[in-house]
Design a protein around this ligand. Structure first.
Ligand SMILES: [Zn+2]
Length: 86
């Protein structure tokens, strides 16, 4: 056991994964990934999802009046509640 480089478990690595991605670090260079095909596949999946999400958010812009629509919908609901209670 002595002298070996400290290996972290998959669970340990995965618990840090979102943190690593969020920090903008080069996750693919993480030592755990050098000898763990499972987490390599997981990371690839996450990157596919992240790329797809990024495309969704850049291509589909919410309409300018979206918030107004939400607000008026809330107001309408509140007014209807008032009617019920009075
Ligand atoms: Zn792993």
């Amino acid at each position: 056991m002595s002298g070996e480089p400290k290996q972290i478990s998959c669970a340990e690595f995965q618990s840090h994964l979102s943190e690593l991605i969020g920090s903008g670090a080069d996750v693919s260079a993480h030592p755990h990934l050098q000898n763990c095909a499972l987490c390599q596949a997981l990371l690839a999946d996450l990157q596919t999802i992240a790329d797809a999400a990024r495309q969704l958010f850049t291509n589909v812009e919410p309409p300018d009046d979206l918030w107004k629509q939400i607000e008026s919908a809330i107001e309408k609901e509140e007014n209807e509640e008032d009617k019920d209670t009075h």
